[in-house]
Design a protein around this ligand. Sequence first.
Ligand SMILES: [Zn+2]
Length: 240
Amino acid sequence: MRSVDYRDSDRIVTLLTEDFGKISALARGARRSQRRFGGALQPYVLMNALFRPGRGELAHLERVTVDQSFHGILRSLEAIGAAGAALAVIRERVPEHEPEPAVFDSAVRFLDALNRRAPAEESLLSLQIRVLTILGFAPTLDRCVGCGKTPAQGRAAPFDASRGGIVCRACGGGRLILSAAALRRWMVVQSTLELPEEAWPDAERQQIHDALDQLDAQHATVTVRERTGAASGRWEGRIS
Ligand SMILES: [Zn+2]
């Protein structure tokens, strides 16, 4: 998912693995010589990786072989952008060392779809919805989060990420409106592994994009608040 240079000749790579979840590993000599890791340490590659636990958080990468390469992604700027955004979402949402095989599977399907030139934006939005659902962050879209009332068939509904889903007007509503079509689309994506082969109508795509943005901003705020809380806790501990 990510590779950063380390010291003169090494790299630290972040991998999403099927069996061990997200891990960071030191690839010794990866910058100096191509011999050990070949061309395998690149983005958009499904690889077999052999690593051993290191001291602390960092594993040691011993050997990698390419299983499948999705380098068709590099043919399109749109696909590159979507792939980068998707990997960032996964990095941010998936905790370290916790296997999430369904997220892994979704990520592979997503890269495969982009590689086959599936619509990039729709693929990205679908992946985001899948990851949220798998990790238990899916918003409530079938009833108001305040009173539980189901929106009338075929009606649009206001959405508020900070409250976790759709909110009827009596319960305060929301700035963003999801049309009936967008709500239906979201539910379909949520319940299938397949990624879209065709583009969505512009309005639907935009509304789903905006709702996911709101959810992401919400998640970032909570994460920062948690980190700040933990940091100030330590600080207070030290002076008392
Ligand atoms: Zn309500």
